[in-house]
Design a protein around this ligand. Structure first.
Ligand code: MLT
Length: 211
């Protein structure tokens, strides 16, 4: 499977092996890339189409989805622009690959831009699993997220995301109408086996509810 450069983000696309599943939009963390989360995608959503773009910003050579001023301090103008850019990419990819709106699965920086896309361009995503997310925008517009499923998995000893920050994100998304399941795991910022199991179960439950 080659890296595709024909749409606005360099990306990998894995076609669905089984019909009827929401495609998964995989959004990597700082220093990751378009290959990083493919194994996670295959594990949590076997048979689903996977769309995995690479963030366009480089920080000391490390790909990211938007600029930051410091760890946890975001360049919000850039974040807004990049979130729209990513939502546009999703629309392009939906047309190119004939996809319904994807479910985002983002880790860290990827989770943060997924949360921003939910708040700025809610129509772009069917929902999102946000792994180690924090509040992306201090003053987001009022979005209509009515009924959109959102899973937020935080780490109790995450040195990057304070617990109250993740809780604030959960409240903001819930206030916009999303159906939020926020859990805090006994882990740090890195992904754990529990993240994989919980996200897989959550996606399976959504699929079960939809059929
Ligand atoms: C971010 O910049 O999005 C967060 O600080 C998480 C990270 O990428 O380290």
């Amino acid at each position: 499977m080659a890296v595709s450069t024909d749409l606005s983000h360099l990306h990998r696309f894995v076609p669905a092996a089984e019909p009827g599943q929401a495609p998964i939009l995989l959004l990597h963390g700082t220093g990751g890339g378009e290959n990083d989360l493919l194994p996670l995608g295959r594990t949590i959503a076997p048979g689903a189409a996977l769309l995995s773009p690479r963030g366009k910003v480089l920080e000391g050579g490390m790909p990211r989805f938007f600029r930051r001023v410091a760890e946890g301090v975001f360049d919000e103008d850039d974040l807004r622009r990049r979130a729209h850019d990513l939502a546009d990419f999703v629309a392009e990819a939906r047309e190119a690959y004939r996809l319904v709106a994807p479910m985002a699965v983002g880790f860290s920086n990827g989770a943060n831009i997924a949360a921003a896309v939910l708040q700025l361009r809610p129509e772009a995503l069917a929902g999102a699993a946000l792994l180690r997310a924090m509040v992306p925008l201090a003053d987001p517009p009022s979005a209509d997220l009515a009924g959109k499923p959102v899973l937020i998995l935080s780490g109790a000893s995450d040195p990057i995301v304070p617990a109250d920050n993740a809780a604030r994100l959960a409240r903001a998304l819930e206030a916009a109408g999303a159906v939020v399941d926020h859990r805090t795991l006994p882990v740090g910022h890195g992904l754990s086996q529990a993240d994989v199991t919980i996200t897989k179960d959550w996606l399976e439950r959504l699929r079960g509810a939809a059929t």
